[in-house]
Design a protein around this ligand. Structure first.
Ligand code: ATP
Length: 321
């Protein structure tokens, strides 16, 4: 079997019965985006030119991008008991995502105050809220539904124990698991995620995971090799405008980025993962899916906002022409 093929029978949206293509187990947040000319210093008040609210959370973003491209997505997440919860659920529905496992919680919804400057650099705060209350038991209760999916996608905005339980579930049911180790978590135990088929860090997450430098592409390769040593089959490092590096025990491939005029890179990593998951489930071809993910996420950085910058299937087909 070619190294870039996974055991993913059929094509996206062709699975029979009530099965879905992708189970995303992760966070829902409301993004509170302030466009700034500069950050205020301590004690200073600075006027900012613009503000917008948007749906976010790494889990939600990845679910929305995969669903917009045509994957059938199940979302396991917790929302709070405030103004943001109902609109979050409505947003999932609008995007065609199954909300049976969007669980209301006696807590505040997760929120993410985001600051974007004139050079498109972003700084992000995360208030976990209800996301911190998604438990391993929630995963176990949803086992049957998750087990009917063909790919599990995880990030680190929920408790690590919940992530580990989902990895174990994937292993039990022979479902490939893709872990996006973001935001970087020093406490992540690599041994407990070694059964993931894919790990997709950006450079700083890779450096934190391995304790190694990532100053050059060779540094990135050496650090990625550590994750392969742990037992993870595919390491994909996103490199911003330079694209992504894909490494397995037999592959070492740089998939170059697509040159665009970047306007707002917020959520580019999530666009990349949702798109990669969609095409991986559709085709089983890792390299081709990474090329698509580069193109999809490059398009997203040309637009403002997070989910609002993710193209639909039809828009993406236009871009590919
Ligand atoms: P973010 O935190 O902003 O969501 P990230 O740090 O998780 O992003 P990056 O490696 O910066 O992830 O970007 C993910 C992917 O998005 C890249 O692999 C690339 O395909 C695409 N991308 C990001 N920035 C650019 C850019 N300026 N031009 C073209 N493509 C880009």
């Amino acid at each position: 079997m070619a190294a870039d093929r996974t055991n993913l029978p059929g094509t996206a949206s062709s699975a029979g019965g009530g099965g879905k293509d992708i189970a995303v187990i992760g966070s829902s947040n409301m993004d509170l985006i302030t466009y700034i000319t500069r950050m205020p210093s301590e004690g200073e008040t600075v006027e900012a030119p613009d503000f917008a609210m948007g749906f976010g959370g790494k889990g939600a973003n990845q679910a929305v991008s995969a669903s917009r491209l045509g994957s059938r997505v199940l979302m396991l997440t917790r929302v709070g008991n405030d103004l943001f919860a109902q609109s979050t659920i409505e947003n999932y529905r609008r995007n065609g995502i199954d909300t049976d496992l969007v669980l209301p919680t006696q807590a505040a919804s997760g929120v993410a105050p985001i600051f974007v400057d004139e050079e498109s650099r972003n700084s992000i705060l995360i208030v976990k809220g209800a996301n911190a209350l998604l438990t391993p038991e929630d995963v176990l209760r949803a086992e049957e539904d998750i087990a009917s999916c063909r790919l599990i996608v995880l990030q680190l905005e929920i408790p690590l124990e919940t992530v580990y339980e989902a990895v174990a579930l994937g292993k039990r049911h022979s479902i490939p698991v893709l872990l996006n180790p973001a935001p970087a978590q020093p406490d992540l135990e690599l041994e407990k995620v070694r059964d993931c088929q894919y790990i997709v860090p950006n450079e700083s997450e890779l450096s934190l995971l391995t304790g190694m430098p990532v100053d050059s592409l060779d540094d990135v390769r050496n650090a990625a090799a550590v994750l392969l040593e742990v037992g993870i089959a595919n390491v994909i490092v996103t490199l911003g405008s330079r694209g992504a590096l894909w490494m397995t025990r037999t592959e070492d491939r740089l998939i170059p980025g697509v040159a665009v005029e970047a306007r707002d890179t917020t959520g580019a990593g999530d666009a990349f993962i949702g798109c990669f998951g969609h095409f991986l489930v559709s085709t089983g071809d890792t390299a081709a899916s990474l090329e698509m993910a580069n193109r999809y996420s490059a398009d997203s950085v040309t637009k403002r906002g997070t989910q609002s910058s993710y193209a639909s299937k039809e828009e993406f087909e236009q871009i590919l022409r």
